[in-house]
Every structure is written in C-alpha cells, then in structure tokens.
Write a protein that binds this ligand. Structure first.
Ligand SMILES: CC(C)(COP(=O)(O)OP(=O)(O)OC[C@H]1O[C@@H](n2cnc3c(N)ncnc32)[C@H](O)[C@@H]1OP(=O)(O)O)[C@@H](O)C(=O)NCCC(=O)NCCS
Length: 293
C-alpha cells in the first residue's frame, strides 16, 4: 500500500536539544508510523542525532519504516550531523531493521530489576550502616540543596568515563544550572527524583552520587538514573553503599512501588557486580545502534 510522509512541528523544545518529527499515513490518511529525530544542541554533542521510529504492527514490512528513516537521515545530514543513534530491544524487529538498514551495533545495555518482594531489608541495613571512614551519606528529593549545588555539578564528571563502548556520544558539560534544570524537568512531569550522595568528610565535597526516579503516583517501577563515583574516590565501596541507601529509602517511602529498574552497559563490570550483589535480576537487553553519516 502506498503511504506519504508529513513533517510535523514538534513542540517538545528542550534546553539541550530540539526534535524533528514525521508522520507516515496510508492512502486514506490513516496514521501508520512516526519518526522523531532529536538534534542535540550543546557544544560537545552537536554531531549527534537520536532517532525513535515506530510503525504500527499491522503495517510493518511495507517500507514505511524505511521511508521514515530516509527522511530522518536526510534531515540529520542537512543539519551536518556526524551520526544517528537508535535503540532497540535485542532480537526485536527494530534490532533487525536497524541492522538491515546499515546501522552497526555500538553498545549493549543490560536491564536488571529488583522486585520489592526481593528487597532484603536486613542485608541493606547491614551495608548502609557499615561505616566508610572519611565519608558520610546525604540525600535529597528534587533539586539539589543550594549548599551542595556546586560540588554536585562537579561530581557529575564521575560519569565522564562511563563505558559507552563504540557510541560516538560526545561530551556533556554539567554546571549548576544544568543539574537544577534536569531535576526540575523530572518534577514538572510529575515524577520524583531522589538523590543519594557520598560526601568526603575531609573537605565536604561530593565524591559520588546515585539518582532514582519514582513515578509520581508511587506505583509501578522506579528507574535508576546515573550512579557515579569520582575516580579518586573509587575502590572504597561507595557505589554499593549509595545504591543500598537509595533502595532502602524507596522501600520505606513508597510502599506501593513494584520494583526498581536499572540499565548498565554490558562492559561496565563494576556496576553490574554492584547490582547483582544487591539482588537485581536480568529482565532484558537492548542494543544501541549507530549510523555514521
Ligand atoms: C523497526 C520498525 C520501525 C520497522 O518498520 P517497517 O516499516 O516494518 O520496516 P521496513 O518495511 O521498511 O523494513 C526494511 C527492512 O528492514 C528489515 N526488517 C524490518 N523488520 C524486520 C523484522 N521484523 N525481521 C527481520 N528484518 C526486518 C528487513 O530487511 C526489511 O526489508 P524486507 O521487508 O524487504 O525484508 C518497526 O518494526 C517498529 O515500529 N518496531 C518497534 C519500534 C522500534 O524498534 N523502532 C526502531 C528503533 S527506534
């Protein structure tokens, strides 16, 4: 069946990116698929575009996805982008489509989940209460308190060497405005951002952090965002300590939560070991694909 594409105006403007959109319709003008292309606008990521593509299941294998992809890739080229990235579940139609359309697999992400029923509160308390000489834990909900804002922004560098394997992801520069805006974006969409940090008691600086986003109504699964420890503070068990405290708080404050979901690069052995030791069990795997333009 023939189909046509309509470029759409996308109102989803964000501080660090803009998004282009296309709607694919059949001959009767029924929508059959969409494509969204996020163009990152900050220095360090202006080479990068991220694609999300959807075709209605009954309309697949009729080249709708290919037409949407062609439009998005042409737009990325027009905008002088160096590469387009897209994610799909391992073994899914999207995974096969992207491979067939010239993308290469650059990163494998393993998703693991800790079900509320499997939270071992005694074991967690044991980890959280064990002293880590030279460090103390602190936490907040929402935006970072003013007195920690500067050191928290600096601590985001802990994510700089997070394994991204072959992904041409560029660099993200964090400052106080950016950490505040990221927290406000989560709260504005109605979810709750919880942050646990380890503070170096010697100078009061943040040595590491872990973030958890809980759905606004406190049900379903919460999602772990970043966990990072600055290089000079690694090897002291801070990652596991902070994450255990994050689980403990979620378990206590959100009794209707089903579980906690986290995703980790396949090659990130340290983080995977932490999650495994805390009881997270594998759920699924996704692949990041990249098309170099
Ligand atoms: C991925 C998706 C957009 C493909 O849309 P589509 O309209 O079916 O794709 P096309 O018909 O243009 O397929 C082009 C080629 O990709 C490959 N392909 C697509 N789907 C495939 C599948 N399920 N199995 C194997 N190969 C597949 C084939 O080589 C196909 O050519 P062929 O049909 O001549 O063999 C669609 O399956 C979808 O919406 N999936 C869920 C969302 C998703 O994963 N999006 C991609 C990542 S953002």
């Amino acid at each position: 069946m023939s189909h046509h594409l309509t470029p759409l105006t996308d109102p989803a403007h964000r501080p660090h990116s803009q998004r282009l959109a296309w709607l694919a319709s059949d001959a009767d003008s029924n929508p059959v698929g969409t494509a969204f292309l996020r163009l990152f606008t900050d220095p360090g990521q202006q080479h990068l575009a991220e694609l999300t593509l959807q075709v209605h299941p009954v309309e697949r294998r009729r080249r709708v996805g290919s037409s949407l992809l062609d439009a998005a890739v042409a737009a990325a080229r027009d905008d002088a982008r160096r590469c387009v990235i897209a994610q799909a579940a391992a073994g899914s139609p999207g995974d096969r489509f992207l491979a067939a359309r010239g993308f290469r697999k650059v990163l494998t992400l393993r998703f693991t989940r800790l079900s509320r029923a499997d939270v071992d509160t005694t074991a967690l308390a044991g980890i959280v209460e064990r002293p880590h000489p030279g460090y103390r834990l602190a936490s907040w909900r929402g935006t970072v308190p003013d007195d920690l804002a500067q050191t928290f922004a600096a601590a985001r560098h802990a994510m700089d060497d997070m394994p991204m394997d072959d992904t041409d992801y560029g660099t993200v520069t964090w400052d106080v405005d950016r950490v505040r805006a990221a927290a406000q974006a989560v709260e504005q969409r109605g979810d709750h951002l919880h942050t646990v940090v380890a503070i170096d008691t010697g100078d009061g600086s943040i040595a590491g952090f872990t973030e958890l986003v809980v759905p606004g109504d406190g049900t379903g699964d919460a999602q772990h965002y970043g966990t990072g420890v600055l290089p000079r503070h690694r090897g002291h068990g801070l990652g596991r300590w902070m994450k255990a405290e994050s689980i403990r708080q979620a378990h206590e404050q959100y009794p209707s939560l089903d579980g906690l979901l986290t995703d980790t690069a396949d090659s990130n052995t340290h983080m995977r070991n932490i999650n495994q030791s805390l009881g997270y069990a594998p759920t699924h795997t996704t692949h990041q694909h990249q098309l170099d333009l």
